[in-house]
Design a protein. Structure first.
Length: 512
């Protein structure tokens, strides 16, 4: 890697403490940082360099996947950190920052390569970008990169306005929009899974696949995020970014000589082929819900409207389920089902690919029937890729028994998402970041849904906390003859009718 100055806005914040500093440290331990490397943290607190370094050290012991064990190594890492007080709207603070950055570059004999990481609220993106340009921080003698967190806009109009503003200071190839789902090792593994297994790549079409299900369920409620979440809901917080990105990653076909440009091109083509939903059709293809009082782990929990900071008449969505279709030669006729929700029965992020059942009718008289083949991609909390096949048991009346084949499991010491993404940003590799084209096309698809929600044209379904969401989400799949796949061995029977028994269950924790 080239020598780099890492300028962190929001250096005293929670994201920096929990994710960014541990990611940088683990990159350092693995020898994945440039030999000449400088970190300048920025915040409004009146910290000294020593106070800042002590805060970084505490975060490593608390949140790093590898706890510091070598004192000399730890001290060498902390020596790279400096702090500067900065008021985001104060021009003279940026001039002071430039002087500090240049002095560190001179001391370390570094070129002016600068990565600006905005770990701040989206309302600060524009003034920071302006001040970086106006202050001369974005030197013409080295490269500059801007890393920003979601949300990227609140709707289509605001996203376009923000992008236009950032484009005044940074070119598109200099902007790295983080979606931490794309940093997950198992998601990045999807590329090599196809490339290394021609049989899977051959099956990755509408000829063999019946449907694809993408789930991101959370057991937590709104917690301390009420002020933010009640204005965005599940549709903006999860669906427009994380889940549509997972849909793109699941749907693309990647050649062996894949490059970042090819990945982005193919993701864009998927979004362009995503059949738009008109405002008056939203209710037919999408279910929105809000959690009511229920129980989690045998303990009662409050409903969304009873949460601190939430208005008692809130119409905000905490659950979304949607049916989407991709109109291209590979996926025409294959429904993609997406759901996400808070206060559901468990925390789970997964992609389930259900294959067609050409033998089902031939074996329909069998006692157990034939369960479909499944490819299950577990993204969280654990990470794995498992293929479920059928094996006929011996004997004339033997039924079919599912067998599970592990295709990938992520070792416990694997790099975490932010570690992968920050490393890629330092290298200038945009493969697993969201390109503006993808962001804009995502907002274009979501905008009619937002308009329908705003006009209250889509029913807001209640579901009990600790459940699997509104019954209407099951009906959405039942219309097409499918059901949601669950990973709960002891409660695996789908809610929809006609699919009963453990042979339709997928047990992610089974001994393979």
């Amino acid at each position: 890697m080239e020598p780099t100055t890492f300028v962190l806005f929001g250096a005293t914040g929670d994201l920096a403490k929990r994710k960014i500093y541990p990611a940088l440290y683990n990159l350092f331990v693995r020898g994945k940082l440039p030999q000449a490397f400088s970190v300048v943290g920025l915040g409004r607190r009146e910290w000294t360099d020593e106070v800042f370094q002590a805060a970084v050290e505490r975060s490593l012991y608390q949140f790093s996947r590898t706890e510091p064990a070598d004192e000399a190594q730890l001290n060498a890492f902390l020596e790279a950190f400096r702090y500067s007080v900065l008021d985001i709207g104060k021009e003279e603070d940026y001039r002071k920052l430039l002087a500090l950055v240049e002095s560190r570059e001179k001391a370390l004999d570094m070129p002016p390569n600068r990565l600006f990481y905005l770990s701040v609220g989206p309302e600060h993106f524009e003034p920071i970008a302006d001040n970086i340009r106006n202050s001369g921080l974005g030197s013409a003698n080295g490269w500059k990169r801007l890393v920003i967190e979601k949300p990227f806009g609140h709707d289509l109009k605001s996203a376009r306005a923000l992008n236009a503003k950032l484009s005044e200071s940074f070119a598109e190839e200099e902007i790295f929009r983080i979606d931490h789902y794309l940093g997950k090792p198992v998601v990045q593994r999807l590329e090599s899974l196809q490339q290394a297994n021609p049989v899977i790549q051959a099956l990755w079409t509408n000829r063999y696949i019946a449907n694809v299900q993408i789930t991101a369920s959370e057991s937590v409620g709104v917690e301390e995020r009420a002020g933010y979440y009640d204005h965005v809901g599940a549709i903006r917080d999860m669906f427009q970014n994380h889940l549509l990105q997972l849909l793109m990653m699941a749907a693309i076909h990647l050649p062996f000589d894949s490059t970042s440009e090819k990945v982005r091109f193919k993701k864009k083509k998927i979004m362009e082929a995503l059949v738009p939903v008109q405002r008056d059709e939203v209710s037919a293809h999408l279910v929105r819900g809000q959690y009511a009082a229920g129980s989690m782990g045998g303990k009662p929990v409050a409903g969304y409207k009873e949460e601190p900071g939430i208005a008692p008449d809130s119409r905000n969505d905490t659950f979304i389920a949607a049916r989407l279709r991709i109109d291209n030669g590979d996926w025409r006729g294959v429904p993609f089902y997406i759901r996400t929700g808070k206060r559901m029965n468990k925390k789970s992020t997964r992609i389930v690919v259900e294959f067609k059942e050409p033998l089902k009718q031939a074996w329909s008289q069998s006692e157990d029937g034939v369960a479909p083949n499944l490819l299950v991609i577990e993204i969280g909390p654990g990470e794995s890729i498992t293929l479920r096949l059928n094996n006929k048991e011996p004997g004339a009346h033997g039924g079919f028994k599912p067998i599970h084949i592990d295709l990938h499991s992520t070792p416990s010491d694997s790099p975490e998402a932010y570690e992968n993404l920050i490393g890629d940003a330092l290298k200038g590799d945009p493969t697993f970041f969201a390109h503006w084209d993808e962001v804009e096309l995502s907002w274009e698809w979501v905008q009619p849904v937002l308009d329908a929600f705003e006009a209250d044209e889509v029913p807001l379904r209640e579901y009990a906390a600790g459940s699997r969401g509104p019954a209407e989400s099951d009906a959405l799949l039942a219309e097409d003859g499918y059901h949601w796949w669950f990973d709960d061995e002891n409660d695996a029977t789908p809610n929809s009718e006609g699919k009963e028994g453990a042979d339709y269950a997928y047990n992610a924790n089974a001994n393979h």
